[in-house]
Design a protein around this ligand. Structure first.
Ligand code: FE2
Length: 496
């Protein structure tokens, strides 16, 4: 019914739940919960036996805990299962497959790089670990080349993987050279990651080489390909029953790897939830608790189950407010203006999928630069398109829906300059009227005017914060970042 993510509403990215968000979330419930479900974690990274709840690893019965506790004077059940189980049950419970259909599950993220099987009786079996910490190793590579990064032992910056993913498109694929092997193999083979510091690689030719350096982007591409190849080889050897593959963990947000799983033909189907990273961890533990107490391990959901937008009615003396007219907004966008679009409940997970989006016409590379400037991010970051599902084949090498921006496509329509990445690909989101009627209506009006039902779509958030979720932040962001207008709560707001 509701997923409440602590970073949303302009809290810092990756925030933990705080007293304000706790009170806010409690206000959305009509009674005290019967069960509190807590995803396992660790209090620190280095000392053993300091788990929160059921801890991080493990999928056996010992990695689940049930007890009762006093909450505001009432006895409630408290359930906890490991972080690993939260990813597995999150992807299983949100997948479209009927309960009882056996599935393979891949959890690849900051710490785990493991395959599992969920059998017909809903037992989870560990099939093997391919490598430790694939996500952190991927992140580490970016920091290695970035002169601005100093990484103490065992630390990573959460924003680096997305940047490395963008840079891989600049790199030439191929077999790694001996010099590249000297970085790729020791890093991917590293047994723990926690005792690795950037300065351990001080003698590497890639140390502080600069992230835009062609030598580095080539290394990045080959590192990324080799990382995937190791998981694929394991799957080819050990995952031979053809079951569908569930993908979770932060690496599940890598569109290149998701597309490679789909294209590889090892699995009957591939499912990746839009909150594959830890934004989906609470949902996964809730599903595991539901399975424990009711036997039911499936949830019905759509991606717009986040917090409701808050109209806190700030004073906006320089804004002309009118009722939303799709045609007027489409015309405004067609005139190369940038519009912030905040409607209904926000998206699950980190991807803006048309309810907390910055929108612009897709026809000019200058728009890419402008959007990156508004977002205060690197100029090599690509901008993704949002597209009418019925038109997707016209513009991209893709058939059917891709509603959560989790796969890449080659761009067919060369007019779409703003959304073509350097290697000719993009990461499109498709929209149908039943998924997002407001965005569908806007895209349709934009197509009426320009012949193209595609817009640039990037997330609406302050740099380093979760999505904007209230009018005061929306107004202030647009005013100070050069956004031309904003839409919220059925109103079109233009600066005068
Ligand atoms: Fe995780």
């Amino acid at each position: 019914m509701l997923a409440y993510e602590a970073e949303k509403d302009s809290f810092p990215r990756y925030s933990v739940f705080n007293p304000v968000t706790m009170l806010d979330a409690a206000g959305m419930l009509d009674r005290l919960p019967d069960v509190f479900a807590i995803s396992g974690w660790g209090k620190g990274t280095l000392a053993p036996n300091n788990s929160i709840g059921a801890g991080y690893d493990g999928v056996s019965d010992a990695d689940r805990q049930v007890h009762s506790a006093n909450v505001f004077g009432r006895r409630v059940r408290v359930f906890s299962s490991s972080h690993a189980l939260s990813h597995i049950w999150g992807s299983y419970g949100m997948s479209p497959y009927e309960q009882g259909r056996p599935c393979y599950a891949l959890v690849w993220e900051g710490a785990l790089g493991d395959f599992y099987e969920v059998d017909a009786q809903l037992h989870v079996h560990h099939l093997g670990q391919v490598m430790k910490a694939p996500g952190n190793k991927y992140s580490f590579l970016y920091a290695l080349a970035d002169p601005a990064a100093t990484l103490p032992r065992g630390h990573v910056r959460y924003s680096d993987p997305g940047k490395l993913m963008a840079l891989c498109a600049y790199g030439e694929p191929g077999d790694p050279t001996p010099e590249e092997r000297d970085v790729i193999d020791p890093l991917l083979d590293h047994p723990s990651f926690l005792d690795l510091a950037k300065d351990d690689l001080r003698d590497s030719p890639y140390y502080n080489i600069g992230v835009r350096s062609p030598a580095f982007t080539r290394l990045a591409k080959r590192f990324s390909d080799e990382l995937f190849r190791r998981f694929e080889q394991f799957a080819r050897r050990h995952l031979t029953k053809g079951y569908p593959l569930l993908v979770s963990g932060g690496c599940g947000l890598n569109c290149d790897w998701n597309s490679a799983w789909r294209a590889g033909g090892l699995f009957e189907d591939v499912f990746v939830p839009p909150c594959a990273n830890d934004t989906g961890s609470a949902i996964g533990t809730a599903i595991d608790a539901m399975r424990e107490f009711t036997g039911e391990a499936k949830v019905s959901w759509d991606v717009y189950r986040g917090q409701e937008f808050v109209d806190d009615r700030p004073d906006m003396p320089d804004v002309l407010v009118r009722e939303l007219d799709y045609d007027e907004v489409a015309g405004f966008l067609a005139d190369d203006r940038v519009v912030a679009w905040a409607n209904g409940r926000c998206e699950l997970g980190p991807r803006a999928l048309g309810n907390r989006s910055l929108l612009a016409a897709p026809f000019s590379a200058q728009t890419t630069a402008r959007l990156n400037k508004i977002k205060e991010r690197e100029d090599f970051r690509p901008i993704a398109p949002i597209c009418l599902e019925e038109d997707v084949e016209r513009h991209f090498e893709w058939t059917g829906p891709s509603p959560h921006m989790l796969y890449f496509q080659t761009v067919r329509d060369q007019k779409l300059e703003a959304v073509i990445h350097v290697d000719g690909t993009t990461r499109a989101q498709t929209v149908r009227a039943d998924q997002n009627p407001m965005m569908h209506a806007l895209l349709t009006r934009f197509r009426d005017r320009t012949g193209t039902g595609v817009l640039c779509n990037t997330s609406l958030n302050y740099h380093g914060s979760g999505f904007i979720n209230r009018t005061s932040d929306l107004y202030s962001y647009c005013k100070h970042h050069g956004v031309d207008a904003f839409v919220h709560s059925g109103r079109f707001c233009r600066f005068q």
